[in-house]
Unconditional design. Structure first.
Length: 196
């Protein structure tokens, strides 16, 4: 079985929400961040890494599970910066993972099945990138084969995974993630989610 790692990008300062989205409680008293970690760990796809940046101390203390924490002091540069910081840490050891799954912490409908669907598509061996497809658009979580790690490490700091996907569509397979387009970015997003 290929060995993987899950990289949760949670370094932002939630400027549009006006408070830390990492600490917003969404389900059964779990915060968005802890819920995402729980889903990642239950997938058993590999070690779980969490990139934190803004309010590092507060967010790291809030984590209830054993994960590998990575601090990105340059988090304000953008999502690409956090992706590269996390990937550099993951690939710095002797045991290189065969793939990583890059995820974010603000998708309240993410389930373990979504992560396993990415892996099951990857096992077919046809594509080196497996992305989640929503009703409209596509994006995270995304599985990247080890064959693209070097390219990811050359991303611009402000470029996230989405731009990389858009410029490499011929190498991407898609799996459906119902409600994957719903994330918590603004107070209205949060109200809509909590009222459903």
């Amino acid at each position: 079985m290929p060995e993987g790692a899950i990289l949760i990008l949670a370094a932002g300062n939630s400027s549009r929400l006006g408070r830390s989205k990492q600490l917003v409680e969404v389900t059964d008293g779990l915060t968005l961040l802890n819920r995402t970690i729980q889903v990642a760990k239950q997938s058993e796809l590999g070690e779980v890494y969490v990139v934190l940046g803004a309010d590092y101390k507060k967010h790291s203390k809030s984590i209830e599970s054993k994960v590998r924490l990575i601090e990105n002091s340059n988090w304000s540069a953008g999502m690409g910066s956090s992706l590269k910081t996390g990937l550099s840490q993951i690939t710095s050891g002797q045991n290189q993972p065969d793939f990583i799954v890059a995820s974010v912490c603000d998708q309240p409908y993410l389930e373990t099945g979504n992560l396993l669907a990415l892996y099951n598509e990857f096992k077919k061996g046809e594509k080196s990138i497996i992305a989640s497809k929503y009703g409209v658009g596509f994006g995270v979580p995304v599985l990247f084969s080890g064959s693209v790690f070097d390219e990811l490490l050359r991303l611009g700091d402000s470029e996230g995974a989405l731009k990389f996907l858009q410029t490499n569509l011929e190498r991407v397979a898609f799996v459906d993630f119902e409600k994957g387009n719903i994330d918590i970015d603004t107070p209205d997003d949060l109200l809509n989610h909590l009222s459903n």
